[in-house]
Design a protein around this ligand. Structure first.
Ligand code: NAD
Ligand code: UFG
Length: 350
């Protein structure tokens, strides 16, 4: 009998890669996604990449729709839920806090309420290193001060606390909040990756775009930070490592009741200029760049302490910065080819 894992936001960047990892581990993802930041094409790609003859079970809808969730739980016997669905732009959350709290906090409340009604008590939650705000020191351990600087970060912390209270009140709950550092890259096949609506803000998608255009110049946000090369340092972790981290966390839940929180990163920092150099090598193109002013709100440097996750679940990131760059570049080339095909068919139609 198949073991179903309900994946909210499973058509999105990390969710789609996690579905691949689940299928490869013999589990069956059931996806709910309202497609506010994804395309249904990702679902077909998941099955193709994971070499699965079964199409992925997909429910188009919102996690705030309790009646829909009841229907999904009544249709599929669900073993556990992995909850990715949410909005994720720090800047947008500052401009539209109500929308962010509604989607991220109300969405999570709706989900755990439906899980309670259905008697499903295993949950993995997508949290973020943004709950630490600007950490005092690195590596950042799970015990570091929690000082989110945006409604987005607050929304993640609220949900972590809600899950902690739930596990405290009812011993049937087994929850793990995973604080991702900087997920990046794409599936090695080049068939699955990150799609950004409009101009990208995150460094790896910006690098992809600059390399693809060959003429576009990337702005490095600040070259005067107190770091060895003056640019910010982050912990970039390959999206397939992140995906596999969810498998490790699911196994952990089977053995451990209660609520736990883990950092998901590599445990090493990479500067903007180092990443730029690695990306240039991966695509064999020199990335044009200029050093601009600092971006408001950026911390100079932080990376994860990943010991707790390693000790507790055995998971560590296996892929390198070079893998992140070459896989992201392969995905960018797929996107560029798709854009050419779409432009040709529009021209033919005209
Ligand atoms: P994403 O936008 O690609 O995926 C989120 C998915 O959820 C999308 O497919 C979107 O359509 C869907 N969705 C959003 N709101 C929904 C709702 N109310 N009901 C149903 N579906 C909904 O983002 P991602 O990068 O894959 O991130 C997944 C999760 O991880 C998010 O919760 C995000 O906050 C968290 N996270 C991401 C990063 C990152 O750098 N990508 C870092 C830390 C944490
Ligand atoms: N950067 C540039 N130029 C660009 C884009 C980014 O120099 O065009 C720099 C940024 O200033 C920063 C670094 O690249 O120093 C990484 O920036 P990202 O925007 O890729 O990532 P952040 O670390 O700012 O934030 C990411 C996610 C957040 C999440 C956080 C958790 O976007 O949602 O990681 O660590 F909360």
């Amino acid at each position: 009998m198949s073991i179903n894992i309900l994946v909210t936001g499973g058509a999105g960047f990390i969710g789609s890669h996690t579905c691949v990892a689940l299928i490869e581990a013999g589990l069956t993802p059931v996806v709910i996604d309202n497609l506010c930041n994804a395309d249904a094409y990702a679902l077909a790609r998941i099955a193709q990449v994971a070499d699965s003859r079964q199409p992925v079970a997909f429910w188009r809808g919102d996690v705030r729709d309790g009646a829909l969730l009841d229907k999904i739980f009544a249709t599929h016997p669900v073993h556990a839920v992995v909850h990715f669905a949410g909005l994720k732009s720090v800047g947008e959350s500052v401009a539209h806090p109500i929308g962010y709290y509604d989607c991220n906090v109300q969405g999570s409340l709706s989900l755990v309420s439906a899980m309670q009604r259905a008697g499903v008590h295993r949950l993995i939650f997508s949290s973020s290193a943004t709950v630490y705000g600007q950490p005092d020191r690195s590596p950042v351990a799970e015990t570091a001060a929690l000082r989110p600087c945006s409604p987005y970060g607050q929304s993640k912390l609220f949900v972590e606390r809600l899950l902690g209270d739930l596990a405290h009140a009812d011993a049937r709950w087994r929850v793990a909040s995973l604080r991702y550092f900087n997920p990046a890259g794409a599936h090695a096949s080049g068939l699955l990756g990150e799609r950004t609506a409009g101009a990208p803000n995150n460094l790896v998608p910006v690098l992809c775009r600059a390399a693809a255009s060959r003429s576009e110049s990337l702005t490095v946000h600040g070259g005067d930070y107190p770091t060895p090369d003056g640019t910010c340092i982050r912990d970039y972790v390959h999206v397939m490592d992140v995906a596999e981290g969810h498998l490790a966390a699911l196994r952990h839940l089977d053995a451990s009741p209660g609520a736990s929180t883990f950092n998901l990163g590599v445990g090493r920092g990479t500067s903007v200029l180092e990443l730029l150099g690695a990306f240039g090598r991966a695509c064999d193109t020199e990335i044009r760049h200029t050093i601009g002013p600092r971006r408001v709100g950026d911390a100079a440097a932080y990376w994860a302490d990943v010991e707790l996750m390693r000790r507790t679940t055995g998971w560590t990131a296996r892929r390198t910065i070079a893998d992140i760059c070459s896989d992201a570049w392969r995905w960018q080339q797929t996107l560029s080819r798709q854009a050419v095909v779409a432009a040709r068919s529009t021209a033919t139609a005209l």
